[in-house]
Ligand binder design. Structure first.
Ligand SMILES: Cc1ncc(C[n+]2csc(CCOP(=O)(O)OP(=O)(O)O)c2C)c(N)n1
Ligand code: SF4
Length: 351
């Protein structure tokens, strides 16, 4: 008898998600970012969210620009499609890709420099078009890749390691996105595992632009005394806008809550987003409420996190353009080229 076989410990079966996949295809290459960088924690949450939601990684398209943050898509969903665009130009590339193949689930990862400094012009048009994809800003208030200069989200009065003080006001990416027409707008902190995971899962279920600003400390250049994007500053100033829980469409769970204290939002795919303990009369579908709250909390010096605005009813860019159901990249030439007869008719009209 082969005693080795008889006594060998049984290998633990890998846990499978609802589409029968292990977690490994949701992972990517080994990170080359600094140990402790907030961006790495966001990557971990993205892996968990896509795995737990059972999204097929082959159906995902990842986009980014330039920066430490923009390197992150290499570290998750290795088998997904990916495009690393020029600095600040990811929204144009992503918009084109999402229009060409509407069956893809898009996720863009950018930095505050890539989005709000060089890329603000492109960001604005992605938000106003409500392009259906997730857009994450990994926000550390500086240009990590080029050694920590202030970005346009750096707070007034915050200090660089060298002692230089920022004398410009920051752009509030969430207020801007709401103002422009994004239909799911949230802010989180890379160190808040539970909140970030819930927000990402809800964003996966949303149809429209889901803009998530995640405060993500740069341990190498912006984690010192005087920075307002350091781990300790964020922990001291984080104010939650209520709490969020998420019930995916494939789970039949009832959550008990006191009537009047929770707002329930039905997402596009039938999942349910539950927002508990919001301020009285706060309506997450009202952009004006969200803008007022963001302005007030900023004045108080708080860093408000949570889901500020969600509107699953609005038409996304693909619906607005009235595109056919099939992905455009699959249409045969006969469907996209006008017939000789149609062209002749057009020429006649122009005579
Ligand atoms: C056109 C152009 N201008 C400037 C640069 C230099 N550059 C590279 S990354 C970067 C900023 C990155 O900051 P951010 O997007 O906040 O990402 P982080 O590295 O902080 O994650 C800059 C200015 C560049 N690569 N291309
Ligand atoms: S330099 Fe900053 S942003 Fe870049 S990897 Fe290191 S800690 Fe992260």
């Amino acid at each position: 008898m082969n005693t080795d076989v008889a006594t060998a410990p049984a290998t633990k079966a890998a846990k499978l998600n609802r589409i029968g996949l292990e977690i490994s295809p949701y992972r990517g290459g080994k990170t080359t970012l600094c140990a402790g960088c907030g961006h790495n924690a966001i990557t971990e949450r993205i892996i968990d969210a896509f795995y737990e939601m059972g999204v097929d990684p082959y159906d995902v398209a990842k986009f980014s620009g330039i920066g430490c943050s923009s390197k992150s898509p290499a570290y998750f969903l290795e088998v997904a499609h990916g495009f690393n665009a020029v600095h600040g130009r990811m929204p144009a590339v992503a918009t084109g890709a999402m229009l060409a193949n509407r069956q893809l689930l898009g996720i863009g990862v950018s930095g505050d420099g890539d989005t709000v400094s060089i890329g603000i012009g492109q960001f604005v048009h992605m938000m106003r078009r409500n392009v259906p994809m997730i857009y994450i800003i990994e926000d550390n208030g500086c240009y990590g890749l080029t050694k920590g200069q202030f970005s346009a989200t750096a707070d007034l009065g915050s200090k660089l390691k060298t002692g230089v003080v920022n004398d410009l006001p920051p752009v509030d990416t969430c207020a801007l996105a709401i103002e422009l027409g994004a239909t799911f707008v949230a802010r989180s902190f890379s160190g808040d595992k539970k909140q970030l995971l819930t927000i990402l899962k809800a964003a996966i279920s949303h149809r429209g632009t889901a803009m998530i600003d995640v405060i993500s400390p740069c341990v190498t250049f912006n984690d010192h005394e005087g920075s307002t994007k350091s781990y300790s500053y964020v922990k001291d100033h984080d104010e939650l806008l209520g709490e969020a829980s998420f019930v995916p469409f494939f789970e039949d769970i009832t959550i008990d809550y006191e009537p009047g204290t929770t707002k329930e939002v039905e997402m596009h795919d039938g999942s349910r987003l539950l927002l508990h303990k919001l301020p009285q009369d706060y309506d997450p579908s009202n952009p004006l409420h969200a803008l007022r709250l963001l302005g007030e909390s900023r004045k108080r010096g708080e860093l408000l996190t949570g889901i500020f605005y969600v509107n699953p009813e609005s038409k996304d860019f693909i619906e607005l353009l009235n595109l056919v159901d099939e992905p455009l990249n699959n249409l045969p030439i006969a469907r996209v080229r006008p017939s000789r007869h149609a062209l002749d008719e057009l020429m006649e009209e122009l005579k």
